[in-house]
Design a protein around this ligand. Structure first.
Ligand code: NAP
Length: 454
C-alpha cells in the first residue's frame, strides 16, 4: 500500500511519501534506544511537564490538525476537532496520574520490605489504524512515554501527515530526540522491526489478520503484545428503556466516525414488545442524517475511507440481502467522486448469513427482534468478537444480568460504549487481549519487578 494522503471526499491523491529505507529504520531504532536511556532516568514530574506541553500544543493546533485528519481519512471536521481535544485530555490524564499508577506498591510479607516496582521496558512499536488517527496513537503514546518507554509508530499508510504531526508534537513538547518516532513503512516491513532485539514490545490496533501476524511474530520472539482488534458490539433495548434516548444514542453509536469505529453499536437487539416502535424511530433517525462534505458543520456523516472499504460494505450488504435479510433503509453507495454511502438498516438477518458474524465497518445497523434478554445475550455472545456492549433498560436485574453475562470487554448501561482514560479499554475473544487506558494501560508495557529486602 502506497504511503499517501488520498482525500476520501474526492478520491484524489493529494501527497505521496517515500517510505523509509531499512537504513533509516535502523537509525530510528538506534535513536530510540539512546532516548530510552535518557527518558528512563527522568522523574515523573519531568515527564509530566513535557506531556502537559504536548496537550497544550494539541489544543493550540486543534483546527490545523483536525483539517489534516479530515483530509486524510474523511471524518467530519467537527468530530476531528473533538478527537484532538480528547487526545489532549488523554495526555493530561497520564501526566497527572502516571506517578500514582506506577508508585511502588508495598505488600506485607515476612521480609523487612517487599514491593512491586514498575519499570519501563524500552522501545515499543505501535501499529495503528487510520480511523481515530490521533486518539489511537495518544492512548498508546501518553502512557508509554510517561512510564519511561520510547515509542515507534507505524501508522496506517493513508494517514502519514497525522503520523508526522504526532512525531513533531512530542519533539516540540520537549521529549528527548528519538523518544517518539514515526516510521513511514508498509505492513510488510513490520516483521523486520518486530524481530529487532532493540524493540521490546508491540501493540497493534487494527484488523484480525494484522493482529494475528504481529502476535505470532512476537510469540516467536517472546515479546509482549497488546491487541485491539475488531468488534460487532451488541446494543440491547428493553421495554423499560427510555426509547427516544436509546434511539438517539443508538444512531450516534452506529454512525459516528462515518460508521468506522471498533466500538460502534453494530447489532441492535430489540425486545419484541417495542420492536416496531424502535424500528420506525431508528429509520427516521438514520434518514435524517446529513451525508456530505466532511468539512461542513452541517454534515453528520462524511465519506468512507477508500474505495476498498466502500466495495467491502456493498458486498456485505448484498450478501446479507441475498441470504434473506431485508433492507429497512439506506446502505447504498452515493454516485460521486468520493466514497459516499448512505447510512442504512437491515433486519431479519438469517443466522447463516455472513453479516450475522462479520464486522461491518460502515454505518449499517443490523436489527434483531428478541423475545427476552436471554435471547439477546445468547445471540450477542454467538459473535466471535467481544469488544464493547450497551444495554438500555431501567430494570436493575436486567442491568446486572447484562453486566454479568455479555461476553465483552465493556458493558455500558443506558449509554453508548466509549473509551475513557479512567476506564480500561480492550476486548476478549477475537477482539484482542490486553488493556489500554487507566492503570492497566500504563502497566501493560512495564516490567513489574518484585522487590524483596530481607
Ligand atoms: P488494518 O488493515 O489491520 O490496519 C491497521 C494497521 O495495521 C495499519 O497500520 C496497517 O498498515 C497495519 N497492518 C496491516 N496488515 C499488517 C500486517 N500483516 N502486519 C503488520 N501490520 C499490518 O486495519 P484497518 O482496516 O486500518 O482498521 C480497521 C480495523 O481496526 C477494524 O477491524 C476495527 O474494528 C479495528 N479497530 C479496533 C480498535 C480497538 O481498539 N479494538 C480501534 C480501532 C480500530 P497499512 O496501512 O500500511 O496496511
Amino acid at each position: 500500500m502506497a504511503i499517501q494522503t488520498q482525500n476520501p471526499a474526492t478520491g484524489k491523491v493529494v501527497k505521496t511519501f517515500d517510505p523509509h529505507t531499512d537504513a533509516e529504520v535502523d537509525l530510528a531504532l538506534a535513536k530510540s534506544v539512546v532516548a530510552f536511556h535518557e527518558l528512563r532516568k527522568w522523574s515523573f514530574e519531568q515527564r509530566a511537564k513535557h506531556m502537559q506541553n504536548a496537550a497544550k500544543l494539541l489544543r493550540e493546533d486543534v483546527d490545523k490538525l483536525a483539517k489534516i485528519m479530515t483530509l486524510e481519512m474523511g471524518k467530519t471536521f467537527t468530530s476531528a476537532k473533538a478527537e484532538v481535544l480528547k487526545s489532549a485530555a488523554g495526555a493530561e490524564y497520564y501526566a497527572d496520574t502516571a506517578a500514582t499508577h506506577l508508585a511502588d506498591d508495598v505488600v506485607k510479607t515476612d521480609s523487612a520490605k517487599s514491593y512491586r516496582k514498575y519499570l519501563p521496558l524500552g522501545p515499543v512499536l505501535a501499529v495503528m489504524p487510520w480511523n481515530y488517527p490521533v486518539w489511537q496513537v495518544m492512548r498508546f503514546a501518553a502512557p508509554a512515554l510517561m512510564a519511561g518507554n520510547t515509542a515507534l509508530l507505524k501508522h496506517a499508510s493513508n494517514v502519514p501527515q497525522c503520523a508526522l504531526y504526532i512525531e513533531d508534537l512530542f519533539r516540540r513538547a520537549g521529549f528527548p530526540e528519538g523518544a517518539f518516532q514515526t516510521l513511514l513503512i508498509g505492513g510488510a516491513k513490520v516483521e523486520r522491526v518486530l524481530r529487532d532485539e532493540r524493540v521490546r514490545a508491540a501493540t497493534l490496533t487494527g484488523s484480525e489478520p494484522a493482529g494475528a501476524s504481529v502476535a505470532s511474530i512476537c510469540g516467536q520472539e517472546i515479546k509482549p503484545t497488546v491487541l485491539e482488534l475488531g468488534g460487532s458490539d451488541a446494543f440491547i433495548i428493553m421495554p423499560s428503556a427510555d426509547i427516544e434516548k436509546a434511539v438517539k444514542i443508538g444512531t450516534t453509536a452506529r454512525t459516528q466516525n462515518n460508521g468506522q469505529s471498533c466500538i460502534a453499536a453494530k447489532r441492535f437487539f430489540i425486545h419484541a414488545d417495542i420492536y416496531d416502535e424502535v424500528r420506525a424511530l431508528l429509520k427516521d433517525s438514520f434518514e435524517a442524517l446529513n451525508v456530505g462534505d466532511p468539512m461542513k458543520d452541517s454534515t453528520d456523516i462524511g465519506p468512507l475511507v477508500n474505495q476498498d472499504s466502500l466495495d467491502t460494505v456493498l458486498a456485505q450488504v448484498d450478501a446479507a440481502l441475498k441470504d434473506g435479510a431485508v433492507r429497512v433503509t439506506g446502505a447504498q453507495a452515493i454516485e460521486s467522486a468520493g466514497y459516499y454511502f448512505t447510512p442504512g438498516i437491515l433486519e431479519n438477518i438469517p443466522a447463516e448469513s455472513t453479516a450475522y458474524h462479520e464486522e461491518i465497518f460502515a454505518p449499517v445497523a443490523l436489527l434483531f427482534k428478541v423475545e427476552s434478554l436471554n435471547e439477546a445475550i445468547e445471540i450477542a455472545n454467538s459473535s466471535p468478537f467481544g469488544l464493547g456492549s450497551a444495554i438500555f433498560t431501567h430494570d436493575e436485574a436486567e442491568q446486572e444480568q447484562a453486566i454479568h453475562d455479555i461476553e465483552a470487554g465493556a458493558t455500558f448501561i443506558n449509554s453508548m460504549t466509549t473509551s475513557n482514560p479512567q476506564l480500561p479499554f480492550g476486548g476478549i475473544k477475537r477482539s484482542g487481549y490486553g488493556r489500554e487506558l487507566a492503570a492497566e494501560g500504563i502497566r501493560a508495557f512495564c516490567n513489574i519487578k518484585a522487590v524483596n529486602i530481607a
